[in-house]
Design a protein around this ligand. Structure first.
Ligand code: 1HE
Length: 264
């Protein structure tokens, strides 16, 4: 695997911190980063090709908006079968984000709407600038969610809120999105990307196997019964502890060489 993934024309990729932090940018600002088939394919390829050094990804959008959702100009003559396969390609790409190798932190600004919100929902941490706004205008366009939003967004904020957003076209501000847990952090306008990088550096400093457990075990455990969840937790916990990296971290703490938890 290469150490730095390659950029494509609709998705720009750059790396910092010796390849540990990978910045993935939606690079179609003239169309408000609308998600065309080609953009989804490029995003999928970029996520599959993250280098071995990568420990965290920051995802953002170039221009005035994070993402305007599905490229509506590509929908004109699509029949039902093509629609199903189209949706499945989105599922595959977004699955690679949620259940890939490293955590993804999204820096959101401007429109985060329709498929753009579905994309953000597949990331692990969402940081929203003051000027961001969130909506699901599928109902107004004669569509339905197709990029995993009915599952992921409903799990984040509950299907009742998704129902309201879809039926009424309600648009949420960054503050409202933070209040209901749709995003984790709200920042001043223009500050989301910097905050996302700070968070990415914190994430990248964790033991990779612990991050893996958070990404892969936690969402699955929440879907299991209590008995199965507790069993999965025990297994994952034992695997994480057994990594040489974990042993070294414990030793460092016990020798007084590791940072303490500091009161904010
Ligand atoms: C687009 C798209 C798009 C912009 N597909 N071309 N998504 C929506 O319903 C959102 C539709 N878009 C908007 O509401 C607005 O464009 C924005 C609020 C995002 C931005 O407004 P603004 O004033 O900055 O830009 P604009 O002038 O509206 O758009 C600039 C260009 O981008 C223009 O093209 P141009 O050739 O005339 O310059 C727009 O046509 C183009 N553009 N958004 C195609 N979405 C898997 S299911 C998911 C289902 C959904 O995502 S439904 C929600 C779709």
């Amino acid at each position: 695997m290469t150490s730095i993934p390659r950029s494509a024309d609709l998705v720009r990729v750059s790396a910092s911190d010796d390849g540990r932090i990978v910045h993935v940018e939606l690079a179609r600002p003239q169309k408000r980063n609308a998600l065309s088939d080609e953009l989804i394919m490029q995003l999928h390829q970029v996520m599959l090709g993250l280098g071995d050094a990568a420990r965290a990804v920051v995802l953002s959008g170039q221009g005035e908006h994070f993402c305007a959702g599905l490229d509506l100009s590509e929908l004109k003559e699509q029949d039902a079968a093509a629609g199903v396969f189209h949706s499945r390609r989105w599922h595959a790409a977004f699955e690679e984000i949620q259940f890939g190798r490293v955590p993804v932190i999204s820096a959101l600004h401007g429109a985060v709407v329709g498929g753009g919100l579905e994309l953000a929902a597949a990331t692990h941490i969402r940081v929203a600038a003051e000027d961001s706004f969130f909506a699901l205008p599928e109902g107004q366009r004669g569509l339905f969610l197709g990029g995993g939003g009915s599952v992921r967004i409903s799990r984040l904020i509950g299907f009742s809120r998704v129902t309201d957003m879809m039926l009424t076209g309600r648009v949420l501000s960054a503050q409202e999105a933070a209040a209901i847990g749709l995003v984790h952090y709200a920042t001043a306008e223009g500050a989301a990307l910097e905050r996302a990088f700070e968070l990415a550096r914190a994430v990248a400093a964790n033991a990779p196997l612990s991050n893996f457990a958070v990404m892969h075990a936690l969402p699955r455990i929440t879907q299991q019964s209590q008995s199965e969840g507790l069993f999965t937790e025990s297994l994952m916990s034992a695997v994480a502890q057994s990594a040489p990296d974990a042993k070294a971290r414990l030793k460092a703490f016990l020798a007084g060489r590791a940072g303490k938890v500091v009161k904010p």
